[in-house]
Design a protein around this ligand. Structure first.
Ligand SMILES: [Zn+2]
Length: 125
């Protein structure tokens, strides 16, 4: 369910990622970016709202195959943005749902994968 977005380019020189590849990590990043851009918008240029819509479209692509309902939520929000409606709380709850998927994916990764040595951090021995 994750693309190879969490591998560094050094580890994976043939690293390729398509924007429509299912990935809850990429989707969360795009939603977080959309939220940041949307929040910035108040008092700033409305082009940020347009950029936020672009981020939501990218998130929807990453969700479409495996989390279609979340892709639809992204779409609902960008359609509301286009109408200049306030989507602040809808965006917040979408970001929370996206984060829950990231947490769940991390937990399942700890159970099923044995390559923790490359990414483990925060410990001093
Ligand atoms: Zn990814």
């Amino acid at each position: 369910m994750a693309c190879n977005c969490r591998k560094s380019a050094a580890n994976d020189p043939v690293f390729t990622k398509r924007p429509d590849q299912p990935c809850v990590f990429c989707a969360h990043k795009h939603i977080a970016a959309a939220k940041a851009l949307y929040d910035l918008e108040s008092g700033y240029r409305s082009i940020n709202k347009s950029n936020a819509i672009g981020q939501l479209i990218l998130a929807a692509w990453h969700y479409n195959l495996n989390h279609h309902h979340l892709a639809m939520r992204c779409r609902d929000i960008w359609l509301e943005m286009e109408k200049l409606h306030d989507v602040s709380s809808a965006l917040s709850s979408l970001q929370n749902a996206a984060w829950q998927l990231v947490l769940r994916e991390n937990n399942s990764g700890m159970i099923t994968s044995g390559n923790a040595e490359s990414e483990d951090s925060g410990t001093n021995s």
